[in-house]
Design a protein around this ligand. Structure first.
Ligand code: SF4
Ligand code: SF4
Ligand code: SF4
Ligand code: FES
Length: 897
């Protein structure tokens, strides 16, 4: 029924002219007539239309008169054609539309007083607009409410059978979890197979339902829409940085919504290239941590070996005094600081300035060190850029997308919709290299399921294959022939047969992927934690750069190399210089011009120890007794890192551990002083998403209890130490950043970064490349034949989501190892049976559960949960260049107990 797109990235639509209410209008031939009418600013009723999916044509409200036709036509499903003469207003049309509203209301309950959509209902609006007053013959459907889903309730008495929920789930999410069935004499929406809905719970169906037929279980009967205060802000869970509305009633968060709504239906289908304005399950249903009863509301100080409530002044003075003493006694480098990349840009900026100018050390780092640093360091080194190259729209319009080591539908669900659109709408070749049968792999044109930990080896194989098949862009490589010769020489060490044997991928398939990628007009690489946070992640990114370079994809329009990030502001953390190797910009710390610029601006020399310690070296320094005081803002290394790294011992050695956090984390429990910090929902400032977009964070609530903004606490400590940091408000910090980094706060689409590999290719590339190419993977460990992977789940983000009761209801810690069903059977187990998992670092006993995404020979456990302590079985390895810790994979044996 629907109209398909008439334009593609390669084909411009034919322009036509038609008349709308006497005005000549230019439009693309074949698009929905409704789109053309709405583009003129005329709003005509449409209860089943939404620009994000193909017109469905069920509600009968978008009627217009077309010259030459006797009856009114449905404008949403009619195609715009040259010479059409259309009338959108008139008494006849009003009467016909009124009839349509009456038809819906005849079988619609008038339970508006208890309906969640009361005051936000298109049917109410239409009834009002068309003055529908005679409902004497209204019938009731009396369909029992379907409350089987964990998150959404379905009241089919209210359903107007518009199909919006089904269509958005199918066309945008490409999940297709809903369907119409005829039941009890009525057409009803049910989860596929009429089971309890068990989907990704993105809530898009809820957002576009024009009536109250789908309701949010977490906020039902808690509010009337006019009681809510709506604050526009940016989601803090992942690097997609979705725009959201936090809706509060008094001091309580009631629900989270987004610009996606039945109210926001006007646009062109191609507008979804830039996003559909929805959220994922975490953003929409994971808000309960904000006003959780577990929040810290008051400072704590350690007295008689216990943390007890303390007044702010005492805690603040004590922190400042102790830091001063330690600095005087042992020097500034005996102090280090860690901060979470969920903080705002302004807080991150103030933190690094505090560490560098007030404390006087370069021992500072953020959670971006867990992986994003590898991507940024590699592209900075090779291409002179510091972030991802392409926009969301580039991804949607790509003809080939190589996704390596990214379970993107789970880690960055809204960004993944761009790949789904490329696949579904524009029929792109999507090649997914992963060691799990991810959701995207199931949809992909080319799923490439490799053995765990061999994603990087497959990339080397692709480079080798491009060279062997002569798929090289010789115009590009001719500009750096010595580097190209060096790469060819280095790649001689690669045997495609060896790559095939170790990755489990046939040579023919490697060649096919290389050919598709090289020959496509717009090819995009998207790499994720499964390669960036794995052994040798930094070099793997450089190998991906090689692949893009020799195939000419570094400069081709719409092509490039990209990543996705786990936490909300990892890009901002590096842009603000929260890493020993970067100053704000980011500019290299050892760049003398940058040093001069910042030392002048900050009124003093920067720390002498140019290369301070990174996260892992800071913890090592604590363990060695070199670092005596650690200031931790929102980070929780004790719960994150495997036991073998000795974080417990490291923290135990400290003379002073200061933590500031919304929660009493495992790390904070070891602290001498704990400050209660606000969540993002109480903050103002900005964050920078993985695309480089700087977006506002706005306060939806006042700080809970006595909690304070992170930058307030940092500035308070500085003041107490006798160093004024003269900021009254966030604007003051922004003014300073704006002066130092002109253009950083450009709103809207960020300026495209231009990759320039010239310096890299002409300076030392040959030596580097020689070390990066070999076919040797990890030798198979016969005693421990199973690969254990720590994975991320759609319903969680770091440890923060475990404080959101909604997400814990949807995805509790089952404390089970996830394995392929055949693997469970091979062990002679049934689901729930127990196994002992043994690595070189110990053993853990736990139950097993079947997971169809897990490949035989592997097992997985979500990294968000610390119980049982599976993470402690994983060895920790440090990247020799970036000091990024790798602890995602271990070889284990599994025995039935
Ligand atoms: S919540 Fe999302 S995935 Fe689930 S049915 Fe609705 S649109 Fe589909
Ligand atoms: S549940 Fe809502 S969105 Fe779905 S068909 Fe019914 S009225 Fe339309
Ligand atoms: S978690 Fe990520 S994808 Fe989900 S709503 Fe938040 S920013 Fe968007
Ligand atoms: S909007 Fe056209 S039939 Fe519903």
């Amino acid at each position: 029924m629907g109209l398909k797109l008439v334009t593609t990235p390669d084909v411009e639509a034919v322009k036509i002219e038609l008349s709308i209410d006497g005005e000549m209008v230019t439009a693309d031939e074949g698009v929905s007539l409704y789109e053309v009418i709405s583009s003129t600013g005329k709003i005509i009723p449409a209860m089943c239309y939404h620009y994000t999916f193909d017109p469905f044509g069920s509600c009968g409200m978008c009627l217009v008169l077309q010259e030459g036709k006797k009856s009114p036509v449905r404008s949403c499903t009619a195609k715009a054609a040259a010479g059409m003469v259309i009338t959108t207003e008139g008494d006849d049309l009003f009467a016909a539309r009124k009839k349509g509203v009456e038809k819906h209301l005849l079988v619609h309950p008038l339970d508006c007083p208890v309906c969640d959509a009361d005051g936000h209902c298109e049917l109410q609006d239409m009834a009002f607009e068309h003055q529908v007053t005679d409902l004497a013959n209204a019938k009731q459907k009396n369909i029992p409410e379907d409350t089987r889903s964990l998150v959404l309730d379905f009241n089919m008495n209210r359903c107007i059978v518009c199909g919006e929920c089904i269509n958005i789930c199918k066309d945008v999410q490409r999940i297709d979890a809903l369907q119409f069935i005829k039941k009890d004499g009525f057409t009803q929406v049910v989860a596929k197979g009429d089971q309890a809905l068990d989907c990704e719970f993105c809530g898009d169906c809820l957002a576009v339902c024009p009536v109250g037929a789908i309701t949010n279980k977490f906020s039902k009967y808690v509010y009337k829409p006019w009681q809510l205060r709506k604050t526009t802000t940016t989601c803090n869970y992942c690097g997609d940085g979705c725009q959201m509305y936090i809706e509060t009633k008094d001091t309580e968060v009631v629900r989270v919504t987004s610009p996606l709504s039945w109210k926001n239906k006007w646009g062109e289908r191609t507008d979804t290239d830039n996003g559909h304005d929805g959220l994922c399950v975490r953003g929409r249903f994971g808000f309960q941590f904000i006003d959780s009863k577990d929040r810290l509301k008051q400072p704590l100080m350690r007295k008689d070996n216990a943390l007890v409530d303390a007044p702010w002044i005492e805690a603040m003075d004590s922190a400042a005094e102790r830091l001063k003493e330690i600095k005087e006694k042992y020097g500034a480098d005996a102090i280090a600081g860690l901060i979470t990349a969920r903080c705002t840009n302004e807080e991150l900026y103030v933190f690094q300035k505090f560490m560098r100018t007030v404390i006087g050390t370069n021992n500072l780092d953020s959670s971006a060190r867990y992986g994003h640093v590898n991507f940024v360091r590699a592209v900075h080194h090779a291409l002179g850029i510091h972030r991802t190259m392409n926009t969301s729209a580039d991804i949607t319009k790509a003809t080939a997308i190589l996704v390596v080591g990214s379970n993107i539908t789970e880690t960055n669900p809204v960004a993944s919709l761009r790949i789904k659109a490329a696949l579904g709408t524009y029929k792109a070749s999507v090649m997914v290299v992963d060691s799990m049968q991810t959701n995207l792999a199931k949809l992909a044109s080319h799923p490439i399921m490799v053995k765990p930990g061999t994603e990087g080896l497959l990339v080397k194989g692709l480079v080798k294959s491009v060279l062997d098949q002569d798929l090289v862009d010789s115009d590009v490589t001719a500009q750096a022939l010595p580097a190209f010769d060096a790469l060819k020489h280095a790649a001689n060490a690669i045997s495609l047969e060896a790559v095939s044997q170790q990755t489990g991928i046939a040579v023919e398939q490697i060649n096919e992927i290389a050919k598709i990628f090289a020959e496509a007009s717009r090819s995009i690489i998207l790499c994720g934690e499964g390669i960036v946070r794995q052994h040798d992640g930094y070099n793997h990114v450089l190998n991906l750069v090689d692949l893009a370079w020799i195939t000419g994809k570094l400069h081709a329009e719409g092509s490039g190399i990209n990543t996705v990030v786990e936490e909300g502001n990892e890009q901002g953390a590096l842009d603000m210089g929260v890493a020993p190797e970067f100053l704000p910009g980011p500019m290299a710390f050892d760049d003398t011009t940058a040093q001069e610029k910042f030392s002048q601006a900050w009124g003093g020399a920067l720390p002498a120890s140019h290369h301070g310690s990174t996260l892992m070296d800071i913890l090592q320094g604590c363990r060695d007794g070199k670092i005596k005081a650690l200031y931790v803002v929102g980070e929780n290394p004790l719960a994150t890192l495997p036991k073998s790294y000795g974080v417990d011992e490291a923290l135990g050695q400290l003379e002073l551990l200061i933590c500031q956090d919304p929660f009493l984390t495992e790390t904070a429990q070891q602290a001498h002083i704990v400050f209660p910090a606000c969540t993002f929902a109480e903050k103002d400032g900005t964050v920078t998403n993985q695309e480089g977009k700087v977006q506002f964070v706005r306060p939806a609530l006042d700080p809970l209890g006595e909690s304070a903004l992170d930058w307030h606490i940092i500035v308070g400590i500085a003041d107490s130490m006798g160093h004024m940091m003269p900021y009254e408000n966030t604007q003051d910090i922004q003014d300073e950043i704006r002066k130092l980094l002109p253009g950083y706060y450009n709103l809207g689409q960020p300026k495209k970064v231009e990759a320039n590999p010239t310096a890299y290719l002409n300076n030392g590339f040959a030596n580097e490349a020689a070390g990066r190419y070999s076919s040797s993977g990890n030798a198979q460990n016969q005693a421990r034949p199973v690969g254990l992977k720590l994975i991320q789940l759609l319903y969680h983000s770091g440890k923060l989501s475990t404080k959101a009761s909604g997400l814990m209801d949807i995805s509790p810690n089952t404390k089970c190892l996830r394995m392929a069903p055949e693997e469970i059977e091979r062990l002679g187990l049934t689901e729930g049976g127990r196994v002992r998992v043994t690595s070189d670092h110990g053993h853990v006993e736990l139950g097993v559960e079947a997971d169809l995404a897990v490949l035989p020979g592997t097992c997985v456990f979500p990294e968000h949960f610390t119980d049982p302590p599976i993470k402690d079985l994983i060895p920790v390895e440090l990247d020799p260049v970036t000091r990024v810790p790798y602890f995602k994979l271990a070889q284990v044996s599994i025995d039935k107990v």
